[in-house]
Design a protein around this ligand. Sequence first.
Ligand code: DC
Length: 220
Amino acid sequence: MSFVVAVDGPAGSGKGTVAKLISEKLGFVNIDTGATFRCIALAMIQRNIKKEEEDKIRELLNHIEINMKPDGTILLNGEIVTDRIRENDVNTLVSPISVIKIVRDKLLDVQRKIAEGKNVVMEGRDIGTVVFPDADVKIYLDASPEERAKRRLKQNQEKGIESSYEEVLQNIIDRDKRDSSREIAPLKQADDAIYLDSTKLSIEEVVEKITDIIKVKWNA
Ligand code: DC
């Protein structure tokens, strides 16, 4: 038996941090589906494949293996890419390639297989709507674009990446638009998802609220 918690939301909503903390607290496996898209983007960069080259992408998808270890290590065809997939070239390519149907079809399969038979907290954009429409708990985590830009700017500063507030805010607005308006599996709240606005909440408060929701469902 497996128990699936789906956490969807836009970039910077805090879902990554929150999903990780909840999994640790409850002993669930944390699955960051954005990382699977990032792995494909990285594999394309490594092989110099452009997003228009569908035949080459199809061939690449036949030979790709993505593994996620319980400690968060991400492996692409056996190579550790945990930090590499957060670099700028991957950031730029990942959203455009996430609209490609063959990429989404392949990753849907990968994501469902990773979760098979486990208790998971899976975070992404379309988990409650497409990947696990029957998830036991569905959360849609949101925050204002301005708050999300502030958080991203802080993360960048901590990593020593130079960026301005205006630049980060514009990037978030553009990404929201692209992720929400794409034809296949757009970023969208599932009808039966619980909406949580984290703009004025601390990470701890969000974790507590979601943990309480999970416990009620788990005990039912
Ligand atoms: O969560 P993230 O920033 O690592 O995600 C990177 C990109 O992957 C994001 O721009 C949209 C895409 N993505 C998606 O389309 N569906 C998911 N379930 C997760 C991510």
